[in-house]
Design a protein around this ligand. Structure first.
Ligand code: PLP
Length: 230
């Protein structure tokens, strides 16, 4: 049964999060599990909700919008974690509670305008590039404080903190340590922007060791995704 499969995945991930927290001398409640449900059906989201998951993540607007509609009756917080084009902002603001991938000023303006129009308050995280791979998105660390200031000053949005994806060609630890430095710089100016979204299925323990407050986990919960065909 799919529910047993997902329950087993969730138990395993929960164990890994607990162990990582213990090793880092942190409390389990300091870390929120965001279940990344991309490519998996709304029925899986429903199972996750039955198992107590309250935070779900998606990375493509079209798929996410449909799933959020199908799951509108569930008590879920929706996190948009994928790269975001300004022409998708109207749709994403309609269902996302938080957007983790804010990496340029134009996007801040677009989200703010649309959130005000729709009467929403959207949590925004500044995505930080931890390497020089522009195709994966993210602002350069030097540009993050100004972007954080813009979010903090804009209507209809609130500054949550920072997010990153660890570089492929490097150990995750040092990369997450750099992210923590950026997070602390942001927090000096915005003490309530405490979210650090980092860590996925394979590197959640390292992320927790370096202060992640939100881990975004897909594969380890739901299984390997089929390659996405456009
Ligand atoms: C897909 C995705 C994840 C989850 O990755 P897994 O390796 O499946 O856990 C996390 N963050 C982002 C931005 C993603 O797109």
């Amino acid at each position: 049964m799919r529910k047993d499969e997902i329950a087993a995945g969730l138990a395993e991930v929960e164990k890994r999060i607990e162990e990582a927290c213990r090793a880092a001398g942190r409390e389990r409640q300091e870390v929120t599990l965001v279940a990344v449900t991309k490519t998996y059906p709304a029925s899986d989201v429903r199972v996750l909700a039955e198992l107590g998951v309250r935070d779900v993540g998606e990375n493509r607007d079209q798929e996410a919008a449909q799933k959020a509609r199908e799951c509108a009756d569930l008590p879920l917080t929706w996190h948009f974690v994928g790269q975001l084009q300004t022409n998708k902002v109207r749709s994403v603001v309609g269902y996302a509670d938080l957007i983790h991938s804010v990496d340029r000023a134009r996007l801040v303006g677009a989200i703010s305008r649309e959130a005000v129009k729709q009467g929403r308050e959207i949590g925004c995280l500044v995505q930080v590039a931890l390497d020089d791979a522009p195709e994966r998105g993210g602002a350069r660390p030097a540009d993050v404080p100004a972007l954080a200031d813009e979010i903090a000053a804009a209507d209809g949005v609130w500054l949550g903190g920072v997010m990153a994806v660890a570089p492929l060609e490097e150990e995750p630890g040092p990369a997450f340590r750099r992210l923590r430095e950026v997070a602390l710089t942001v927090q000096e100016r915005h003490p309530r922007a405490t979210m650090v979204s980092a860590g996925m299925s394979h590197d959640l323990a390292e992320a927790i060791a370096y202060g992640a407050t939100h881990v975004r986990v897909g594969t380890a919960l739901l299984g390997r995704r089929k390659p996405f065909v456009r």
